[in-house]
Design a protein around this ligand. Sequence first.
Ligand code: COI
Length: 349
Amino acid sequence: MKITKTQHSRITAFDEDSIPFGHLFSDHMLVCDYASEAWQRPEIKPYGSWYMAPSSSVFHYGQAVFEGLKAYRDARDSIFLFRPDENAKRLNRSAERLQMPVLPTEIFMEGLKTLVKLDSDWVPRRFGHSLYIRPFLIATQEELRAKPSKTYRFCVVCSPVGAYYEKPLKVVIEQKYSRAASGGTGYAKAAGNYAGALYPTALAIKEGYDQVVWTDAASHGYVEEAGTMNVFFRLGDTLVTPPASDRILDGVTRKSIIALAEREGIQLEQRLISSDEIAAAHREGRLREVFGCGTAAVVSPISALHGKGLDIRLPDLGRQSYGKCMKEKILDIQYNRAADPFGWRLRVV
Ligand code: COI
């Protein structure tokens, strides 16, 4: 791997007291191009812009997929990634769905490790803060015919971050728009999935909500995801989450919560859950808690659920909350504060 270090570090701009999500970028980035049907030599170089022709196919036909993961610093200044192999695999599942070339896992893993090591001063020191890592893959061929690009760029940028959401979320159950449909790209981390979510989310924000809860495109009766997160409902003492499918992102935090809940002996069901069932559970006093989860947000409590005849407020369960318990357990593993029985941590420094 070729490494060109910056002559002008911007580390003095990094103030851990003020790190709004995804605004500041670390000194270096990884770039690896695909051309002539082969991945070229990866390169780490100073973070910065590059020229792209206006005819580059990503601007027109949207071949763009991405990932999100974080680097965590422990009390002894070691730095860890959390389940990066899962991101490497999912990037390639996404790439395949968008007819993009598969990236060799070594380029992803070695690239990330080398980049985070080089920018290790950018990994925040405070518990709960981390270095958000954003790998992405885009089509770069200058071509206006709607067909797969022949050239691509894989790039990784890093941003020191704190909380994604500062407070519990008020959400509305979406009844008109859809994030994904059967046979579509919902399971892929395709940039277009996020673009299509912006308008319905803006409408929900105008109505006073923070996010929408996505429902199935066919009936709008079954809950699928919450904003950019997977979603869990606690009915009595059972956690219920929609099963990963071709419409639902197979979230790394989601699958970690499922594994941790099973280990803790918490009853967990991966099954369809309808808004009618949620309404009935609420009427019967069995809907105790709802939370979203994702890499950026970790676990985010949902305090109000509206729409489809529902107007539900959910009190903070404090120490009784499964969401809080899952968040603590995941953070403890990520920050090397607890044993790692599943082998999820990868030490880079
Ligand atoms: C993540 O949670 O890492 C995501 O990719 C969601 C994004 C909107 C920040």
